[in-house]
Design a protein around this ligand. Sequence first.
Ligand code: HEM
Length: 224
Amino acid sequence: MLQKLYDWVDERLDITPIWRDIADHEVPEHVNPAHHFSAFVYCFGGLTFFVTVIQVLSGMFLTMYYVPDIENAWHSVQYLQSQVAHGQIVRGMHHWGASVVIVMIFLHTLRVFFQGAYKKPRELNWIVGVLLFFVMFGLGFTGYLLPWDNKAFFATQVGLEIAESVPVIGTDIKTLLAGDPDIVGAQTLTRFFAIHVFFLPAALFGLMALHFIMIRRQGISGPL
Ligand code: HEM
């Protein structure tokens, strides 16, 4: 039955070469931990991707309950935690995943750095990687405010003051992010929400696509 359906679609759209292109790749020996234990360091990019997928999926479910305004944000999170079936687990995954993904991206970057995998011809992918790092950091920073509790409020205030300390354009950066030069308030919350769920994820998907296309074109770097 499934085979028939597959053949029917394949006859019309010729899909076999597409997934073969993705699936028919041998793992080079030097990145296979079954051959060299130390090759486990190559897993961190894939783990970063795996946790990112968890963040996106759990985040999509959180937005079904979260209300991005200062009257309701905190209550909506409490409601999700205490009343919604599995709400605590989904929020927990997103909360802890946010830290795990930073640890993974850091380990991945260390692997690339200490193996010199950023050298010619992979300089551009290193630059894309640095942008990915900033985007991840931005997701962490903007997400931290959303529960709208005391910790969120004061951490964001500190973060915005750090942004403000940038020479010349610091105040403009802070105003752009906070929506208000003086307080972390209603404007800040809706702005951070929009940045957290639309702007940065869009940038993340685009950059990850670039990252993976480049890895495919160049292959993984050789053994040390
Ligand atoms: C969302 C974040 C990221 C994801 C999902 C990701 C994923 C991956 C994956 C799956 C690989 C294949 C090899 C491996 O896993 O080690 C890879 C390679 C690579 N990554 Fe990332 N990465 C991310 C962020 C970064 C960052 C922050 C940097 C550096 C600043 C970076 C630089 C590179 C480079 C240069 C390669 C090629 C390495 C080689 O050929 O040996 N990536 N990445």
